[in-house]
Design a protein around this ligand. Structure first.
Ligand SMILES: Nc1ncnc2c1ncn2[C@@H]1O[C@H](COP(=O)(O)OP(=O)(O)OP(=O)(O)O)[C@@H](O)[C@H]1O
Ligand SMILES: [Mg+2]
Length: 247
C-alpha cells in the first residue's frame, strides 16, 4: 500500500551566508496510511519544518515530498493551494478559528471554500464524536480552549483528507482537555481510518500514536512502534545522551 505522505531525502535551508540555518538534513519518511504518527525531538530539531514541508505549507530546498500519489515538490502556489484544500487537514496549537464564524461555520469553511458539500452522515459522525452537537451555534469566544480545539479537529476531519497534520494540538490545553483531543484523534484513526501526523513534546501524547519518529538536529535519529509513555521517555533520555556527546 502506498504511503499517505512521503519525504525523500528532504533538506530545508533557511537564509543565506552567516544567517543560514539547516533545519532538515536529508529526512526520508513514509507516513503510513490509516496510522497515527507522532514526531518528537528537542526544540529547534526541525519538527515543525518537517511537518510544513510534508503538508505543502513550505517548500523544500532539496529532495521530494508526496501526498498520496501527488507530487508536492515543484507545484505552483495555485497547485499547492488546491492540493492542501483537497488532501490535507490542519490542527494547530493556537486553534486558528475565525472569531466571527460559529463553530459549525468554522467546521464547514474549508469545504465551502473548496466548493464541496459535506457528506451529511460523515458530518454527523464527526460532530457526535467530538461531542459538539450542542455548541454548533457558538462563536469561538463562547467556547473553552478544549472545545475550540475540538472544533478545529472537526474542521480538519470534515473533508476526510488524505492526511491530517497537527502541530502540538494539545500544547495549549489542560491535561483533561488534551486527553479528550488525543482520544478523539486516536478514534478517528482506529475507527475511521484517518491518517494523522502529530508533532508533540509530550511523551503521554505520543503514546496515543502507532509510531513515534524522533528528530535531532534536522535528522531522523530513531523511532518507536506502539509506544508507551514510559518507552518514549526512556528513548528521549537515551537520545539526549548521544546528542550531548562530542562527535
Ligand atoms: N522561517 C525561518 N527562517 C529561518 N530559520 C527558521 C525558520 N523557521 C525555522 N527556522 C529554524 O529552523 C530550525 C528548526 O525549526 P522548527 O521550527 O522546525 O523546530 P521545532 O522542532 O518545531 O522546534 P519547537 O519544538 O521549538 O517548535 C530552528 O533552528 C529554527 O530557528
Ligand atoms: Mg515547532
Amino acid at each position: 500500500m502506498s504511503a499517505a505522505a512521503r519525504a525523500v531525502d528532504v533538506w530545508k535551508v533557511y537564509g543565506v551566508g552567516e544567517a543560514q540555518v539547516i533545519a532538515l538534513r536529508g529526512v526520508s519518511l513514509e507516513v503510513e496510511r490509516g496510522k497515527f504518527t507522532a514526531i518528537m525531538g528537542p526544540s529547534g530539531s526541525g519538527k515543525s519544518t518537517l511537518m510544513h514541508c510534508l503538508a505543502g505549507l513550505d517548500s523544500v530546498t532539496r529532495g521530494q515530498v508526496m501526498i498520496g500519489e501527488a507530487m508536492v515538490t515543484g507545484l505552483s502556489d495555485a497547485g499547492l493551494t488546491k492540493l492542501r484544500r483537497e488532501k490535507v487537514g490542519f490542527i494547530f496549537q493556537q486553534f486558528n478559528l475565525l472569531p466571527t464564524l460559529t463553530a459549525e461555520e468554522n467546521i464547514l469553511l474549508p469545504l465551502a471554500i473548496a466548493g464541496r458539500k459535506p457528506d451529511q452522515e460523515w458530518y454527523q459522525t464527526v460532530i457526535n464524536t467530538v461531542g459538539l452537537a450542542d455548541r454548533l451555534s457558538h462563536r469561538p469566544s463562547q467556547l473553552s480552549g478544549g472545545q475550540q480545539q475540538r472544533v478545529a479537529c472537526a474542521r480538519a476531519l470534515a473533508s476526510r483528507p488524505e492526511v491530517i497534520f497537527a502541530d502540538e494540538p494539545t500544547g495549549n490545553l489542560d491535561s483533561r482537555s488534551g486527553a479528550d483531543i488525543l482520544s478523539f484523534l486516536r478514534r478517528s484513526v482506529s475507527e475511521y481510518g484517518q491518517t494523522i501526523v502529530m508533532v508533540t513534546h509530550d511523551a503521554n501524547a505520543a503514546s496515543y500514536a502507532d509510531r513515534v519518529v524522533f528528530l535531532g538536529d534536522g535528522r531522523i535519529v530513531d523511532e518507536l512502534h506502539s509506544p508507551t509513555a514510559e518507552a518514549v521517555l526512556d528513548k528521549i533520555k537515551s537520545l539526549d545522551l548521544t546528542v550531548g556527546a562530542p562527535e
